[in-house]
Design a protein around this ligand. Structure first.
Ligand SMILES: NC(=O)c1ccc[n+]([C@@H]2O[C@H](COP(=O)([O-])OP(=O)(O)OC[C@H]3O[C@@H](n4cnc5c(N)ncnc54)[C@H](OP(=O)(O)O)[C@@H]3O)[C@@H](O)[C@H]2O)c1
Length: 323
């Protein structure tokens, strides 16, 4: 595993972090296998774990808390998220700040996360949704100052809504935020336009989430894929999205070098960008942990392939199903 300096936090995060949504929120999760997968990730040098109160109403945070306790002496960066008070994901431009992140809610949910995680201090507390129009509101800044002063949170971040990578630029400029979490992958390259240059300039850490486009970039989805009842992916990969995503993923297959898998190519594309500090694939299986961490070998991608993949950028707009 390779490590990168995580912006001005000066953390040294593993290039492959651990996305902890699926293990406490998706159907068909095998808790025993998840426990092995987490242990294996720690063993292989993963030190950055991304969870949220919203992943199973604290369940994913508790799983991370148990992992931290189980591995005393290991370095962990614990990142979690404050749900919006209206519990609606993602936020919409017409949502009122007061309905999402009033100061008492920020504090209440940080206290809940501390209890779930069983830690004294959260390394990175993130807003789970955000609207840049809220940048100038003083209430959230006062809450963040208080939590930092009390030693309950080391750094704050914003998790930027899907397909809106520029919806936090003014917030970053407030100086209150040390990290952003954004969707960045072979399809979603728009963060390179304005977000990454600003983060570079201000030394803000970048977490690339959803490296596999929720699964299409693993190459394992087909137009006939059906998700189990209750699985949120069934509401995301509606026919319109599933068909288009499979077509875009299939268009990548001719580019695959011999011996390289689709997930490996997807991760190597992101790793070849120095503006990214950690990638957080969702992982529930030991074999995925091993395969994904193996991509962090410092080799990136051959330049010709990286350039060819740049041509597969796919800009999308938030829609009724995009979430
Ligand atoms: N708003 C937000 O802040 C927000 C929203 C979404 C996600 N996130 C964070 O980002 C993380 C990643 O996103 P995600 O999990 O939604 O999407 P993702 O990482 O793009 O895709 C996860 C899917 O890829 C599969 N997978 C992982 N490694 C694989 C491999 N080597 N080979 C084949 N398949 C592989 C997983 O398999 P299995 O199904 O077998 O596990 C899962 O189905 C989340 O866990 C969460 O921490 C944050």
């Amino acid at each position: 595993m390779k490590y990168r300096r995580f912006g001005r936090t000066n953390f040294h995060s593993s290039e492959i972090g651990y996305g902890m949504w699926g293990l406490a929120g998706w159907t068909d999760t095998d808790a025993g296998e998840v426990a092995h997968a987490l242990d294996r990730a720690v063993e292989l040098g993963c030190n950055f774990f991304d969870t949220a109160w919203g992943y199973g109403r604290g369940k994913s945070e508790q799983i991370l808390g148990d992992l931290v306790k189980k591995h005393p002496g290991k370095e962990f960066y614990v990142a979690t998220k404050i749900p919006p008070k209206n519990f609606k994901w993602p936020s919409k431009p017409d949502y009122r700040f007061e309905d999402c992140f009033p100061a008492d809610h920020i504090i209440e949910y940080t206290e809940k996360s501390l209890r779930n995680l069983g830690v004294d201090c959260i390394d990175l507390q993130q807003f789970h949704v955000w609207e840049d129009a809220w940048a100038d509101r003083d209430e959230w800044k006062a809450a963040l100052e208080k939590l930092k002063k009390e030693g309950k949170v080391r750094h704050f971040g914003v998790s930027i809504n899907r397909w809106e990578p520029e919806n936090a630029l003014n917030t970053i400029r407030t100086g209150m935020i040390d990290a952003v979490q954004v969707i960045y992958n072979i399809f979603d390259q728009a963060p390179e336009d304005a977000l990454f240059p600003l983060c570079r300039e201000l030394d803000i850490a970048v977490i690339a989430r959803v490296p596999f486009d929720e699964g299409s970039l693993t190459g394992n989805l087909t137009k006939d894929t059906v998700f189990p009842p209750g699985d949120w992916r069934g509401t995301y990969f509606v026919p319109e999205n599933l068909n288009a995503s499979v077509d875009h993923a299939d268009a990548l297959r001719p580019l695959l070098p011999a011996g390289m898998t689709m997930p490996e190519m997807a991760l190597r594309f992101i790793l070849s960008n120095d503006d990214v500090h950690t990638i957080i694939p969702g992982m529930r299986r030991v074999r995925h942990v091993e395969a994904n961490i193996a991509a962090s070998d410092g080799r990136g991608l051959p330049e010709a392939l990286r350039l060819a993949l740049k041509g597969h950028r796919w800009d999308r707009e938030p829609t009724s199903w995009s979430q």
